[in-house]
Ligand binder design. Sequence first.
Ligand code: FES
Length: 110
Amino acid sequence: MAAVHSSGFRLTKEHFLVAVPVAVISAAAGFLVSRYLSSRSCKKHSVNAYFNKDSPKVVHSFDMEDIGTKAVYCRCWRSKKFPYCDGAHTKHNEETGDNVGPLIIKRKDA
Ligand code: FES
């Protein structure tokens, strides 16, 4: 049995036996490549670009009594004084269009 296209091209059962697996394998390969590329691009967008990259997690802890009247903490991960803000967020925002700024903790009466 063969389907005849209007152009005169005949699609035989053998054509389908080849075309269907090729289409399935091509779709699966495309899916896997897109997932691979997607996972790679996510790693490029890491928030922490260079601070303690050999550590599995960067954590800082401060006692409230030790903060004093005011502390300014970096949230852009670009400060050379991390975890404290050094104003590097301004350049980061200009370069990326981002809008991050520091976390400021201060006493009410300060
Ligand atoms: S330098 Fe990162 S928030 Fe200011």
